[in-house]
Design a protein around this ligand. Structure first.
Ligand SMILES: Nc1ncnc2c1ncn2[C@@H]1O[C@H](COP(=O)(O)OP(=O)(O)OP(=O)(O)O)[C@@H](O)[C@H]1O
Length: 295
């Protein structure tokens, strides 16, 4: 496999804030990677470093094997769409699409036109007069139609309604299947995007908390519900990610249960359910929680 992005001990400090704190990872060619984390975790900063829009305070990052900073060759193979994208005052939607067509060597204008219709974007309207969702849709259209070898999408659907988000997932997957490329997508809507992702990078307070195949994370934790005494006995000595207790009934989220463990839990009268990717990440980045409520 070829690594399209390689970061080694990459850091970015803003004064005393360690926005990105010594992260090392590789993104493989042709993968769809979710860059996940809480507000302020460092996702945008990391994407800015990967696309050469910011300078590292330490460590290195390479895309296509090269330093991205002021590297026109690497950057014309890269499309970075971010929520906070600014546009010149006089730009209408169609100007943004025309610029994209000029910039990206593999841009497909016919696909962009179809996506404009799918999202219902008023491309003759000034960008500054578009709603937040319409501006996001323009970014999503450029992100998909550019067919850049490396596509980074930073919260590409902020403001998009549920229908438009599903149009985005469907069209992105469809076009990716026909024209494979490397995609990195940051999002807070983890479960919604989970089917799209084959790899997950979770960043927490600037550090890389999880770097794993989505497949390996599915079923990586389970929730056990039952009588408090039974739950307590079962989880003794296991990795507990979170625990809640209401009136003698306990619920515990536990990592690393195999089929035998689950069967044992069930035979002890506990209800066992898999934890979704989103729940797992919330547990991992929110710290183990313990909540007790009286009856
Ligand atoms: N230019 C800057 N100057 C000072 N601090 C900054 C700057 N840019 C980012 N930060 C800080 O670095 C941290 C990481 O910010 P970043 O925007 O990368 O987070 P994020 O994961 O993209 O968050 P969100 O999900 O809220 O968009 C935050 O604490 C932020 O306040």
């Amino acid at each position: 496999m070829t690594a399209i992005i390689e970061a080694q001990a990459l850091s970015r400090r803003f004064g005393s804030v360690h926005a990105v704190d010594g992260v090392t990872f590789a993104v493989e060619e042709g993968s769809v990677t979710g860059l996940l984390g809480r507000n302020g975790a460092g996702k945008t900063t990391l994407m800015n470093l990967v696309t050469g829009q910011d300078f590292a305070s330490g460590g290195t990052v390479r895309i296509f094997g090269e330093d991205p900073v002021e590297n026109a060759r690497a950057l014309t193979r890269t499309c970075f769409i971010k929520e906070s994208q600014g546009y010149p005052d006089a730009y209408r939607g169609r100007h943004v699409l025309a610029m994209a067509e000029r910039f990206f060597p593999h841009y497909d204008a016919a696909l962009a036109a179809r996506l404009v219709a799918d999202f219902g974007v008023p491309v003759d309207r000034m960008m500054k007069k578009m709603s937040r969702g319409q501006r996001s849709a323009v970014g999503a259209i450029v992100g998909i139609a550019s067919r850049a070898e490396l596509t980074l999408l930073d919260e590409p659907y902020a403001g998009l309604d549920a229908v438009a988000r599903h149009v985005f997932y469907d069209r992105l997957l469809e076009d990716y299947a026909a024209h494979p490329r490397t995609i990195v997508l940051s999002t807070h809507l983890i479960d919604e995007a989970a089917d799209l992702l084959d790899h997950v990078l979770v960043i927490h307070e600037g550090r890389l908390e999880i770097d794993a195949a989505t497949e390996d994370l599915r079923g990586a934790a389970s929730t056990l519900v039952g009588r408090a005494a039974d739950v307590d006995a079962f989880v003794e000595g296991r990795e507990v990610l979170g625990r809640e207790r209401v009136a003698g009934i306990s619920s515990a989220t536990v990592a690393g249960l195999d089929a035998q463990d689950k069967a044992l839990a069930a035979s002890s009268g506990l209800e066992v359910t898999p934890v979704s990717l989103q729940q797992l990440i919330v547990r991992r980045t929110g710290g183990a929680t313990t909540r007790e409520e009286a009856a």
